[in-house]
Design a protein around this ligand. Structure first.
Ligand SMILES: Cc1cc2nc3c(=O)[nH]c(=O)nc-3n(C[C@H](O)[C@H](O)[C@H](O)COP(=O)(O)O)c2cc1C
Length: 201
């Protein structure tokens, strides 16, 4: 084995080592919380959890949204106009966590009301907040700005965002098969850029 191969193997070992450390979440250090309707953001949340460990929690509402797409669009638009924060069924012992991944779809180019409820309830003071998002191709809209406003005392890291479903066009879960594998690689690159493994140790 030449010197280059030895260094390469050593780097793989190091990566594996830090990954294992990051996955030690018995102390409940990492929370991955998400809102998802057609499972794209949920799948992304699971990919993140597979990589860093931590507790995975879905945001659930006291009064769930309608199944029908037009009805949810109209209800969400109304809630956003009024600044209504829907009550959450999900309760979290937030003090247990230092690092919080927050996952959400873009809704009406804004942060979905349930995620606004969550961050209003838990403003993440002193925590590291890492946003991740799926959308129908129109991007993040004002979501990150709203997160910054709701969490002025959190350290907010660079988000991960990708195209998920297009429910309006009858396209639901798309992060599966080849696209899921590609997403895993993109998430890996994102981790390299945000150095989460270094920060979480
Ligand atoms: C009420 C509602 C509003 C939406 N508004 C937008 C939007 O403004 N921009 C966009 O790109 N996608 C929009 N979408 C599409 C979702 O962001 C996209 O399908 C996302 O991948 C869904 O994530 P999920 O599968 O985790 O629910 C909207 C979807 C819903 C249900």
């Amino acid at each position: 084995m030449n010197r280059q191969s030895v260094i390469y193997l050593f780097l793989i070992f190091l990566t594996g080592f830090s990954c294992t450390k990051a996955q030690k979440t018995d102390d409940g250090q990492i929370l991955i919380v998400y809102l998802s309707r057609t499972q794209n953001t949920k799948t992304l949340a699971e990919i993140i959890q597979k990589r860093v460990g931590g507790d995975l929690v879905a945001l659930e509402l006291v009064n769930p949204y309608p199944e029908n797409y037009q009805e949810i669009v109209s209800q969400v638009s109304d809630e956003l106009d009024k600044g209504f924060l829907p009550p959450l069924k999900t309760k979290i012992d937030i003090d247990k966590y230092d690092i919080v991944f927050i996952g959400f779809p873009t809704w009406a180019m804004q942060l979905p009301p349930p995620v606004q409820s969550f961050l209003s309830q838990y403003p993440m003071e002193g925590k590291t907040l890492i946003p991740f998002n799926t959308n129908a191709g129109y991007g993040l809209g004002s979501t990150i700005d709203t997160i910054k406003k709701l969490c002025p005392k959190a350290t907010i890291m660079k988000e991960f965002s990708m195209v998920g479903g297009k429910e309006r066009d009858g396209i639901f879960l798309t992060i599966e098969g080849k696209k899921k594998t590609e997403t895993e690689l993109k998430v890996e690159k994102w981790f390299d850029s945000i150095e989460i493994l270094v920060e979480s140790e």
